[in-house]
Design a protein around this ligand. Structure first.
Ligand SMILES: Cc1cc2nc3c(=O)[nH]c(=O)nc-3n(C[C@H](O)[C@H](O)[C@H](O)COP(=O)(O)O)c2cc1C
Length: 193
């Protein structure tokens, strides 16, 4: 991508934030995980650039910083903006939870929360995906940042979700497949509270 291409992408994110506000959404999750473009810039596996967007962590995080800055010019400081990250590329030379945590220290002043997922950049996966398989990555990141950390990934019971919160492994829980399987999953959890 040329600098002009990069500028165009930043502008497109700004316009998307504008449309999000117009559409009445309550917040934005900026996707820097799962192999999407912002993840490709962040990971040394995919970012082979030799300009100010490549090489050091400070450079690889720059596009996310600039996109966040553009989003904030649209939505202001009081509108929730969180970032989804892949905490591991599951490959030698790829992102690790500690490096992603360091990257977040450059970004957290513009963020309300970080949502910790993993993988998706290269065809590599964790050996297993047991209950809470990504929660340890959230725990590492929580050691480095002050913003709320969201854990996700095979969290299916209220007991386990409460354990994550009570032990301060993460600050919030995201769920995906349980809601596809049972649209009233959230209500059922609340009724158990
Ligand atoms: C059918 C399906 C589609 C998904 N699509 C996306 C997606 O577009 N973007 C994304 O960030 N995650 C996506 N995910 C991943 C979920 O956001 C979530 O991280 C993952 O399912 C693990 O959480 P869970 O065990 O509660 O389902 C998808 C998951 C499923 C099952």
């Amino acid at each position: 991508m040329s600098q002009a291409d990069i500028n165009a992408v930043i502008e497109q994110f700004r316009m998307a934030a504008h449309r999000s506000l117009q559409a009445g959404f309550d917040g934005i999750e900026l996707h820097a995980a799962h192999g999407h473009l912002l993840h490709q810039f962040l990971s040394p596996l995919s970012n082979q650039r030799t300009d100010t967007y490549g090489g050091s962590l400070e450079n690889r995080v720059r596009l996310i910083q600039e996109v966040l800055g553009a989003i904030r010019t649209e939505v202001g400081i009081n509108y929730p903006v969180q970032l989804r990250v892949s905490a591991s590329d599951f490959a030698d030379g790829g992102l690790t939870p500690a490096e992603v945590a360091l990257a977040l220290t450059y970004l957290e002043s513009e963020l309300d929360a970080v949502h910790v997922s993993s993988g998706g950049l290269v065809p590599a996966a964790p050996l297993a995906t047991p209950e809470g398989y990504q929660t340890p990555y959230a725990a590492v990141i929580k050691q480095y940042v002050k913003i709320p950390v969201i854990a996700v990934g095979n969290i299916r019971t209220q007991t386990f979700a409460n354990f994550i919160l009570a032990d301060e492994i993460a600050d919030m829980i995201a769920i995906g497949r349980p809601l596809l399987e049972d649209a009233s999953f959230g209500e059922k959890m609340l009724s158990l509270a």
